[in-house]
Design a protein around this ligand. Structure first.
Ligand SMILES: Nc1ncnc2c1ncn2[C@@H]1O[C@H](COP(=O)(O)OP(=O)(O)OP(=O)(O)O)[C@@H](O)[C@H]1O
Ligand SMILES: [Mg+2]
Length: 294
């Protein structure tokens, strides 16, 4: 075996050896092929990574009243610190509490417009701002997606494309953002069988995989309203924790009770009173394990 063959064998590249009698040519041929293959793959990877990197429109977020990236002392930032704490505690103590998939959190509400997306994005930003935390924000409101619009990022293939086509990989729908600790999966295109797709085995495997593979990552699902579409109930079965957003002084008690009944099988359901007129609403946030807050 020649020196070149030996070297290639060591480098695990023997397959790329082209047998030409003149050893000098072999060396050249192999070098060119290897270099070509590597740079081709690297370029493809680099291009893919570049395509999947998006910049959040921070000014748009701020104008719409979301947490300001620089003003970490604002009242809203302070409120989301309080909101995220019990969720994070449940993740840290999940083995003792026996909460499975505690790092998957569903944000839902009974009716449209109660503030699910507002809470999802602010919660994601608040957690992503912590030093050692990574967040994956998934737009699972496949009927009426709005995460991309609020963040000011491009519309691109997302959850629906992934569920519909098993040739679509996780990395094809995962968008990295200019906030390194925050990734986003958009909802993707409209689909008339979106409920069926969300309740499919592939979605179950997706949730399981995300929970296991990204143990260190908090995954936030923005969902459709519970009492208007069936998808939220399906999603609630996949996650470890549910936050039920309630628009203060808007959503009737009977409606909230209906939602609570629909979520009764979930391990952890926390209620979040949103849009209150009080200065600080930390006491509107109730939570409990296997039951509703006081
Ligand atoms: N606590 C809040 N403070 C200020 N504005 C809020 C608050 N909560 C929600 N909003 C505003 O209320 C509107 C509706 O909120 P959002 O889009 O989050 O509701 P949603 O429940 O996701 O609605 P949909 O069911 O249509 O998806 C938005 O303009 C949002 O910015
Ligand atoms: Mg929404």
């Amino acid at each position: 075996m020649s020196i070149i063959e030996n070297a290639l064998k060591k480098a695990g590249k023997q397959d790329e050896l082209v047998t030409i009698s003149n050893e000098h040519e072999v060396l050249q041929q192999v070098r060119i092929d290897t270099a070509f293959t590597n740079s081709h793959v690297d370029n493809k990877e680099r291009q893919h990574d570049a395509d999947q990197l998006v910049s959040i429109d921070w000014a748009l977020l701020e104008n719409n009243g979301f947490i300001d990236r620089t003003n970490t002392k604002s009242q809203l930032a302070e409120e989301f610190r309080v909101i995220k704490r019990p969720l994070m505690n449940n993740i840290q103590g999940s083995e003792a509490n026996r909460i499975s998939r505690s790092n998957l959190i569903l944000i839902c509400s009974s009716l449209p417009g109660e503030g699910k997306t507002f809470v999802s994005i602010n919660l994601a930003l608040s957690i992503a701002n912590e030093l050692d935390k990574k967040v994956l924000l998934i737009d699972a409101d496949v009927e009426k997606p709005s995460i991309s619009k609020y963040l000011g990022i491009k519309q691109s293939p997302g959850l629906i494309e992934y569920l519909e086509d098993d040739k679509v990989n996780f990395k094809d729908i995962l968008l990295k953002t200019d906030l390194a600790s925050l990734s986003v999966i958009p909802a993707g295109k409209r689909h008339k069988f979106s409920t069926e797709l969300l309740s499919s085995q592939r979605m179950y495997l997706f949730a399981d995989e995300v929970s296991r593979r990204y143990k260190d990552r908090i995954v936030i699902f923005d969902s459709p309203p519970l009492l208007v579409a069936t998808q939220a109930q399906v999603l609630a079965e996949l996650v470890g924790q549910v936050v039920l957003v309630i628009a203060a002084e808007e959503t009737p008690q009977a409606v909230v009770n209906d939602s609570i009944a629909k979520l009764s099988h979930c391990d952890v359901v926390m209620t979040l009173l949103n849009k209150t007129q009080k200065d600080i609403d930390i006491y509107g946030y109730h939570y409990g394990y296997g039951k509703y807050g006081q």
